[in-house]
Design a protein around this ligand. Structure first.
Ligand SMILES: [Zn+2]
Length: 354
């Protein structure tokens, strides 16, 4: 075999193995992403219809891409993985549209891209649920706009704070996006949200850009009125049961948090012997807190990895021992603020490590 070919083969194998062990199935997209030839942001653009076919954004020429595909299929066959065809769809105002992978659009090549390979370790039921999930086009996203905008189709003013939809980077009013008959359900009640989206034929996710956090945050969903009403009736019927279950869950999570914080205290004290005990307790308690999206709640944090705990300690130093929060509050952007305090953080970190 040509040396470049065997190098390509091991890259494909590595990417495929990693995806398979992570999610118990693997797709061509997983392989190209794992090989670093395709960025998730580009997959996202393609899924939204901004890229006409996926191969356009895969790095490498068609020969390399098709060799990788062939290696991937051979690998999957040798592993006796089960092929499962998945439909990649995108929603548009006209209905759902099948997404195109290859430049040629050849049906055989398209099928190869669509085929996922599933581990026999995945149970029949889970596999079925997975397929249902993958076959669903992503829910349309509606933005709560920060500035006034104008609908690119009918020219209507879209007031600040109201909803707009984006199609191919252009704003649309909800009427032109054919979403104006849906009702807004703010986030907060998880049971109601879950049921309302289950009973609603059409659902859109509402997000708003948070300037302070620098990311889009979910505000709620838009659902059909009939679905929402059905969900509300159901939630009323079993409200008591759910309240009991919630209280039990909260108690269980509180106990887990206390245990986790104790373990973290030990680990932090070991990694940072110079850190005062009172600080160790605060950092561990803060980091272990549930639902905060902080490092402590991530997989790495629960496994108490050194790097994850170090990140938590750095974050604590930033907030408690530097001007970081003041800098942000005065309008300095995150990257600049972090640069300005970097030396101070390093200095304290070094002292605590001794
Ligand atoms: Zn319009």
């Amino acid at each position: 075999m040509h040396p470049n070919q065997s190098k390509l083969e091991s890259r494909v194998h590595r990417a495929a193995e990693a995806a398979l062990s992570r999610q118990l199935y693997v797709s061509a997209i997983d392989v190209f992403c794992g090989m670093g030839l395709l960025a998730p942001a580009q997959v996202d653009s393609w899924r939204k219809g901004r890229v006409d076919f996926l191969e356009r954004v895969i790095q490498g020429n068609l020969k390399k891409i098709s060799s990788s595909m062939a290696i991937f299929r051979r690998w999957a066959n040798e592993k006796c993985l089960k092929p499962s065809e998945t439909h990649y769809m995108r929603r548009s105002r006209a209905g759902t549209v099948a997404l195109q992978f290859s430049k040629s659009g050849d049906p055989g090549i398209e099928r190869n891209y669509r085929t996922h390979y599933v581990s026999p370790a995945l149970s029949e039921k889970k596999q079925q649920r997975l397929e249902e999930k993958l076959n669903q086009p992503p829910k349309p996203v509606v933005f709560q706009n920060l500035h006034e905008a104008q609908c690119s189709e009918c020219g209507a003013e879209i007031e600040q704070g109201s909803f707009l939809s984006m199609e191919l980077e252009q704003p649309l009013c909800l009427q032109c996006a054919r979403l104006d008959d849906l009702e807004f359900l703010p986030s907060g009640d998880t049971a109601l949200t879950r049921r309302a989206s289950k009973y609603s034929g059409r659902v859109a996710v509402v997000v708003r850009f948070s300037r302070s956090r620098g990311r889009y945050e979910r505000q709620g969903i838009l659902v059909e009125t009939a679905g929402l009403e059905k969900a509300e009736r159901e939630c009323l019927e079993d409200a008591d049961e759910r309240a009991v279950a919630r209280a039990r869950g909260a108690e269980r999570r509180r106990k887990q948090d206390v245990e986790l914080a104790a373990q973290m205290m030990k680990q932090i004290a070991m990694l940072f012997p110079g850190c005062p005990a009172s600080e160790v307790a605060v950092i561990a308690g803060h980091t272990a807190q549930r639902g905060s999206g902080r490092v402590g709640r991530t997989e790495a944090g629960r496994n108490l990895q050194e790097s994850a705990l170090t990140l938590a300690v750095v974050a604590a130093i930033r907030h408690r021992h530097t001007q970081y929060d003041e800098l942000l509050a005065s309008g300095v952007d995150r990257v600049t603020a972090r640069q300005r305090i970097a030396d101070r953080v390093e200095e304290i970190l070094a002292r605590w490590q001794k």
